[in-house]
Design a protein around this ligand. Structure first.
Ligand code: APR
Length: 236
């Protein structure tokens, strides 16, 4: 019998203890900004300066020295290193804390804050500087066509075919630090259940998808994720 296949989904809650705001907690990002103003293609077409300022602020915050991967990120990197079967980490987060913790088999389904996309030539390249409406593309040199490499509301998340394939074949699905508010990520547990997988929710509090999980554990990610990883490695 082949080793079990594992898919992990993470959301903003896994980065909260690293100092990055979540979206829907009290004082979360969407309590300070309107999605319609900063996180849709229409917002970018209407006021690109405002959208650039929103992501420039978040990128600067991510790159500030105090923001580092936490014990939950580290536990998932260890899980990937030691897992005997297929492993895929799908994150809704656009920070790079999973990479910095050592995760490699990773999909950023909502894009990445430290990359920029050219709407003229399609190039996606690393970028740690503030973007502006007149910045030029490194690949095609065209100015004014750069946008954050981030998936906005109303756009299709990235790598959905690869994610669907992993879910359809997984034996264990673990969701960490996500409220279950946003699709298609919130439907992944249903796909895992349909594949006959063991489904586990690790979160600070029950998510909207709570009823779809066979097992749930609640607490801070830096506490419950390392404990769960130790337990699941001991039994696989
Ligand atoms: N440990 C564990 N879970 C936590 C912690 C913590 N320290 N802090 C917060 N949480 C949980 C919250 O209880 C909540 O259920 O993390 C979840 C965060 O939910 P959201 O703020 O809705 O973030 P997320 O689910 O990642 O949002 C999904 O929505 O706005 C879009 O594109 C954005 O990727 C994002 C998507």
């Amino acid at each position: 019998m082949s080793a079990a296949a594992l898919v992990v989904l993470t959301g903003a809650g896994i980065s909260q203890e690293s100092g990055l705001d979540t979206f829907r907690d009290p004082n979360g990002i969407w309590s300070k900004y309107r999605v319609e103003d900063v996180a849709t293609p229409e917002a970018f077409a209407r006021d690109p300066c405002k959208v650039h300022a929103f992501y420039n602020m978040r990128r600067r915050n991510l790159l500030a020295g105090h923001v580092k991967p936490n014990a939950a990120h580290a536990a998932l990197a260890e899980l990937e290193r030691r897992w005997p079967g297929e492993f895929l980490l799908v994150t809704q987060n656009i920070d790079d804390l999973h990479e910095r913790a050592g995760s490699t088999r990773l999909i950023h389904m909502h894009g990445e804050m430290r990359k920029v996309r050219c709407t003229a030539c399609g190039a996606v390249v690393p970028n740690d500087t503030d973007l502006s409406v007149d910045a030029a593309c490194d690949a095609c040199a065209k100015a004014g066509g750069l946008r954050p490499h981030v998936v906005w509301f109303g756009e299709m998340p990235l790598e959905m075919a690869r994610i669907g394939e992993a879910l359809s074949g997984c034996d264990l699905f673990v969701s960490i630090g996500t409220s279950g508010n946003v699709y298609p990520a919130a439907s992944f547990v249903a796909e895992a259940n349909a594949a006959g997988a063991r489904t586990v929710e690790l979160n600070l509090e029950p998510s909207l998808a709570r009823s779809h999980f066979a097992e749930t554990r609640y607490g801070k990610a830096t506490e419950i994720v390392p404990a769960f990883v130790a337990e699941v490695l001991a039994t696989h």
